[in-house]
Design a protein around this ligand. Structure first.
Ligand code: FES
Ligand SMILES: [Fe+2]
Length: 365
């Protein structure tokens, strides 16, 4: 595929000569199918936060690249990601979220334990069913800093080692101790990679978010930090003249309290980490021009009162609306034969996009 060569060549450019990808990379059906079969299938995808399933039996469902998933905490306290399809004739088993002692299929009432083992199947004596071995298939999953990840590939290399270089940046915030207070799901009509690139660059902040973000995180103060095998990111520093925005963990330094760190866990999670606020978007690609976005907002202990939390949720709804408006206007033109590659801004502003292209080149085979 010619497009794969273009991605490789673009990724190999030195930073000072970095280019965007041509529009075709964000609109081509064959490339999207290839992404699904390779990088997206093998990659680690954030499904949500561990405290969304805080107690045994807590569950939520998800759909990732056409795979119906059931995330559930077992009686042994382990969070598992199971196939959400009944082993009889593939009826979807659980819906939405909640707490369940067992999962009962709505079709012929087979029932499953919280760890996916088949518990009961009526009138199935003298059939091909082996009660002992029948269970919901389990996907590879990992927990990292309070996030739950899944890979659809049983042989995917582990996630955590690829994020080693990110630990120093996020560990001081104690990300794993943040508590979720809000989640929402929406479908954006844009390519998933455009959303990653948009979230990861500080170049647009002052232009697209003049009221919502510019005062705290102006473009001019964006500083990229070094990326690694599984991530890239930058610090969105606050102007010295602005008051601190939160305290967070008592051991945080003044500098750490005076910025938001934005990072991408490849391929599909983008995060904004501040002293007392953690926002994460999980992107679930649906087609070359549509992506389901599940986002969560978590807070540090009880630092923010209910009214302030509502304000922060409203702010992020507005920020997302501003980004979405731009990305949905961008998308139709990307199929144009004239949507050629353009030069990227210097590393502090768009170097994260160049890092992301390096990941694409490594992962698309
Ligand atoms: S499909 Fe679930 S019991 Fe038949
Ligand atoms: Fe934005």
């Amino acid at each position: 595929m010619q497009l794969l060569d273009t991605i490789r060549e673009t990724a190999a450019l030195p930073q000072e000569k970095a280019l965007s990808l041509p529009g075709q990379a964000y609109s081509d059906d064959a490339l999207f199918a290839h992404e699904c079969q390779t990088m997206l299938k093998q990659g680690w995808h954030c499904l949500g936060r561990c405290d969304e399933v805080a107690s045994a039996g807590d569950f939520f469902t998800a759909d990732l690249l056409g795979e119906p998933l059931l995330v559930v905490r077992g009686d042994d306290d382990v969070i598992r990601v199971l196939s959400n399809l009944c082993r009889h004739r593939a009826m979807p088993l659980a819906e939405g979220s909640g707490n369940a002692d067992k999962f009962i299929c709505s079709y012929h009432a087979w029932s499953y334990s919280r760890d996916g083992a088949l518990r009961n199947a009526a009138r199935m004596k003298n059939t091909a069913l082996d009660m002992k071995s029948c269970r919901l298939p389990e996907y590879r999953s990992e927990e990292w800093r309070g996030f739950i990840y899944v890979s659809l590939d049983d042989d995917a290399p582990p996630l955590a080692p690829t994020l080693a270089g990110l630990e120093g940046i996020v560990a001081p915030y104690h990300v794993e101790d943040f508590q979720i207070v809000h989640s929402a799901e929406e479908v954006w009509h844009c390519n998933w990679k455009c959303l990653v690139e948009n979230f990861m660059e500080g170049y647009h902040l002052s232009v697209v978010h003049p009221v919502t973000l510019h005062g705290y995180t102006p473009t001019a103060l964006s500083r990229k930090f070094e990326g690694g095998e599984g991530f890239t990111g930058y610090h969105a520093n606050y102007p010295q003249s602005t008051p601190p925005r939160g305290t967070g963990h008592p051991a945080l330094t003044t500098e750490q309290r005076h910025r938001s760190s934005l990072f991408c866990v490849y391929p599909c999670q983008v995060v904004s980490q501040a002293a007392n606020l953690l926002v994460s978007l999980s992107l679930q690609p649906l087609s070359p021009s549509s992506v389901r976005v599940r986002w969560t907002l978590s807070v540090w202990e009880d630092e923010l009162d209910t009214a302030t939390i509502a304000q922060r949720v409203a702010l992020w709804e507005e920020v997302n609306r501003e980004d979405r408006e731009k990305l949905e206007r961008l998308q139709p033109g990307l199929a144009s034969s004239r949507a050629d590659a353009g030069p990227l801004a210097p590393a502090d502003y768009e170097g994260t996009i160049h890092d992301f292209h390096g990941y694409l080149a490594r992962s698309l085979g």
